[in-house]
Ligand binder design. Structure first.
Ligand SMILES: [Zn+2]
Length: 250
């Protein structure tokens, strides 16, 4: 911004020697000016200004100087900037916001809104046990399958649920030991002991078993494809998938 302002001021100086050297301590700015791929608003403005002034017989050069090294103009610019930053009476001369910042702000805003709705809703009580935080959920890349949804919602091909709708007459799990609920499947059912043992082994590296469902999802549901190491293949999604598959076949 300062460079653009300097150029604008120069342009209207009534002098014969239309040669100017702009010194800056910002390497980023100089590199951006040189980099043709950089299409940032301000950088483009500076380029256009230089071309425009070139047509008016100006010769503009840029160079880099070390900051805080006693260059008079540089020190003056720093001092002016400092004064401006603490003086609220000065009008802002640059109020444009980068698109990326707007996007980020909107994303944060909608996540906050979503979160507060999620916090007060009485729906999805069970799903909340897995996903208490909207932002964390948005970060997870989950391939949502019917099995997965069943595990996360407690609705679907689960006997305790099917009983409610009288599709099954008993809620007993195929292991015949208990009522088939999601918690039973994840934490107790002996039919998936092998899968659970592997999940447990992964969890036990950093915390105690059992962990909350929220932790299971957020920390132990990494995609298998990303890494072939054993660690990453120990996967909450795997257990969800295998278990529900097992029951589907019965
Ligand atoms: Zn069972």
């Amino acid at each position: 911004m300062v460079i653009l302002k300097a150029l604008e001021n120069l342009q209207f100086l009534e002098i014969n020697d239309r040669i100017a050297l702009i010194s800056t301590d910002s390497r980023i700015t100089l590199e951006s000016l040189r980099n043709r791929k950089n299409r940032t608003y301000l950088i483009e403005k500076i380029r256009k200004k230089v071309i425009e002034m070139g047509n008016q017989n100006w010769k503009i050069k840029f160079n880099w100087i070390k900051a805080h090294a006693g260059h008079h103009g540089n020190e003056l610019a720093d001092q002016t900037a400092r004064e401006a930053s603490i003086n609220s009476d000065i009008n802002e001369c640059y109020t444009r916001i980068p698109k990326s910042a707007v996007r980020r702000e909107l994303r944060d805003y909608s996540a906050t809104e979503w979160q507060s709705e999620w916090d007060i809703t009485t729906k999805g009580v069970f799903t909340k046990l897995f996903f208490s935080n909207v932002t964390d959920r948005l970060k997870l890349k989950i391939n949502v399958t019917p099995h997965f949804t069943t595990m996360e919602t407690g609705l679907g091909n689960i006997k305790s649920y099917l009983l409610k709708y009288k599709i099954k007459d008993r809620p007993t799990c195929s292991c015949k030991r208990a009522e088939q609920t999601i918690d039973h499947i994840i934490f107790n059912c002996e039919l998936v002991e092998k899968e659970r043992d592997r999940l447990k082994a992964a969890v036990l590296r950093s915390e105690n078993w059992p962990v909350s469902k929220d932790t299971l999802i957020n920390k132990y549901s990494k995609g298998f494809k990303k890494s072939r190491t054993v660690y990453h293949s120990i996967n909450y999604r795997e257990i969800a998938h295998k278990i529900t598959n097992l029951y589907l076949e019965k």
